[in-house]
Ligand binder design. Structure first.
Ligand code: LLP
Length: 381
């Protein structure tokens, strides 16, 4: 992270999120260039980060919006995303959320169960509307990522399983206020091995074929998100390998003529542009280690506590490589899991030093809580 930022940061109350909008733009351009090669549509997954500046930057680069709650749908629309570019997913859409999306004529509902299809149909009928829907299918592909962010296995709550398809096809004939326009998949998040995406492609091909045999063709196929980032090397590998990622789908998916392919990327677009900036309150001697106690905690960034996630930690105030020491870098919250990293080697770290926790632009600020009645960390650009 650039040292000249320290001066800029010195007047700002820590902890706060810093977003490098220049890196964000480079990342968005890189992904868009690769997706445009094949005329693919990319919807940004708002759940990763809803900061207004981040959203404005994403929208200006021509992305649609992937939402998982009524408030996210509202947030996307309020921030200028076109209603025709909004998709709405989630296993538990409430009536109010569905009504909001119907009133705004969003592009598509990604539906995950029979009762959900019935409710959307009923609510659309009241409004005399026809809702575009895609079926979210569970492809039973292991993403080999953390168990809490794996979604495409039969044991997960997400998606419709293959054995229900005949019932659903019969039912859809009766649900006259629904228009089936596509299939939707999402196998998990922080996927850094490309093989699960390759497996997903062959499953999608099988499903396209299966539906064709039943006389159903789709205009749209949505393969979700999940492309991971390199948390270890946020500077040397700041931008994910979008080229290989999109090329895999181009090579392996057997799309039919006119069929459009959609993606829902979150983390890969925004994670590396964000850092949580904090100050050391105390350095405390432990039995086997020293604790660097920060003014940021799991309330600002819960990923290490929740998923044992690694985030690179840097001391912005010192780069004295001759005097490196080992620290457990922890927050002030009354939980032992409030720890950003164990046995982290940093230049000798002192009270008042500024610490950056890197790659926190995705699932950072949006997952914050006010546990211990802590204040919300602001975004800085
Ligand atoms: N589409 C659907 C249906 C999703 O459930 C998700 C993420 C995405 C797209 C975007 O996935 P991405 O491209 O960002 O991997 N809080 C966790 C991640 C949860 C992901 C939830 N779904 C974390 O901090 O790692």
């Amino acid at each position: 992270m650039r040292k000249e930022l320290i001066e800029k940061f010195s007047a700002i109350k820590t902890p706060f999120y810093y977003y490098d909008l220049e890196l964000l733009k480079q990342t968005l351009r890189a992904a868009k260039t690769e997706a445009d090669k094949y005329q693919y549509h990319v919807h940004y997954a708002l759940k990763a980060n809803c900061d207004a500046q981040v959203l404005a930057t994403v929208r200006e680069h021509g992305y649609g919006a992937d939402c998982v709650s009524g408030n996210e749908v509202k947030c996307a629309l309020d921030n200028g995303f076109a209603n025709t570019q909004v998709v709405f997913a989630g296993v538990g859409k409430t009536d109010d959320e569905i009504n909001l999306a119907l009133d705004n004529d969003i592009f598509c509902f990604n539906c995950e169960s029979i009762p959900e299809l019935e409710v959307i149909n009923e609510l659309a009928a009241v409004k005399n509307k026809t809702a575009n829907i895609a079926l979210r299918l569970n492809p039973n592909v292991d993403a080999y990522t953390h168990k809490y962010i794996t979604t495409g296995l039969e044991e997960n709550k997400f998606g419709i399983n293959a054995h229900e398809l005949d019932d659903i096809i019969d039912l859809l004939k009766k649900l006259l206020n629904l228009r089936l326009i596509g299939l939707h998949f999402h196998i998990g998040s922080q996927i850094t091995d490309f093989n699960p995406f390759k497996k997903l492609c062959s499953k999608v091909n099988e499903f396209i074929h299966l539906f064709e045999q039943k006389g159903i063709q789709f205009e749209h196929i949505n393969v979700g998100g999940g492309l991971g980032i390199n948390y270890k090397e946020p500077d040397t590998q700041a931008i994910p390998d979008f080229k290989t990622y999109f090329a895999i789908f181009n090579e392996l998916l057997e799309l039919r003529k006119g069929q459009q392919l959609h993606f829902e990327l979150g983390r890969a677009l925004v994670a590396n542009c964000g850092s949580l900036i904090s100050r050391v309150i105390y350095v405390k001697k432990g039995i086997n280690t020293n604790f660097a106690i920060l003014d940021a905690g799991m309330t600002e960034l819960i990923r290490p506590a929740l998923y044992q996630a690694y985030h690179k930690i840097e001391n912005l105030s010192s780069d004295d490589k001759r005097n490196v020491q080992r620290y457990d870098v922890v927050g002030p919250v009354c939980e032992s899991s409030d720890c950003f990293g164990k046995a982290v080697y940093l230049p000798e770290t002192k009270r008042g030093h500024m610490i950056a926790i890197r790659s926190a632009g995705a699932y950072g600020e949006v997952m914050a809580s006010n546990y211990n009645l802590r204040e919300k960390a602001i975004g800085v650009y």
